[in-house]
Design a protein around this ligand. Sequence first.
Ligand code: NAP
Length: 282
Amino acid sequence: MAVVGHPVKHSLSPPMHNAAIEALAETDHRFKNWTYYKFDIEPDRLQEALPKFHARGFLGINLTVPHKIIATQFVSIGEKEVELSGACNTLLKSENGYTGFNTDLYGMTQAIETEFSIHLKNREVILLGAGGAARAAAIACAQAGVNKLTLANRTLSKLDTIIESLEKLEDKPTVKTCQLPGNLPFDSDAPLVINATSLGLNPNDPAPADLSQFPSSTLVFDMIYNPAQTTLLKQAEARGMLTANGLGMLVFQGERSLQIWSNTDPSTAIMLKAVRAGLKSF
Ligand code: NAP
């Protein structure tokens, strides 16, 4: 397996998956020959790279920034979440190519509900971003029963695709849009703010939004896990808000990727233990 991105050098997926694979190999010999690599590939070379991975026998690929959206053109669709979000982060080798899945939806929902001990159902969410991660997050929010969703992005027109996807769902939240940076609207006592922009990947990046008008009961989830605390999370914590970074999401989406590649459904607890062992080991 491998993670493919540009850049990719700071990805924690290789050490996480390799240690998870080692832990799984103790009880299942199929994992003994598995190894997880990383490759830095520019977006305009992804199309020619995929057949090369296939020819060399790569069973699974994880896609990260900026490949999740463009990759959907080059793979078969493995689940409706890929169609709805227009993005995929997990590819499984098939006879003639790769089949695309999106484990970010599961990863984000599980991470938010576990780390904040909340249910997304009936909550108000303010979602920052309109890239592959934000598209997945918007569909995941709708599937989890979020009732009010504000979509905010620097480039307002990029929100259109997300709105069109949400329109296809039977149960959809009330949607507002907002341009970043700008005053984000909120109605409820404890809204959830999700950062799915890449602003924060550089430790010197400013926060993508100003939360000074939000109540201290606001929950703030940043998908970025490296650096562990972005400017957005620092500012939120200083205002007494509960925060979580993207490490939990990395673990949960990785767990589901491993399930797809191994075609097994080991109990979540076993898989999670293996993936968490992977993260602790470096
Ligand atoms: P992407 O497709 O490249 O989208 C980038 C987003 O960030 C766009 O909305 C873009 O706005 C915005 N952005 C970039 N630079 C900005 C700036 N200077 N000011 C304001 N907005 C800016 O990336 P992605 O795949 O969606 O990933 C987004 C983030 O989520 C990344 O940091 C990634 O590491 C993280 N992520 C984490 C996990 C996890 O497991 N924890 C999983 C998935 C993603 P425009 O549309 O205006 O360009």
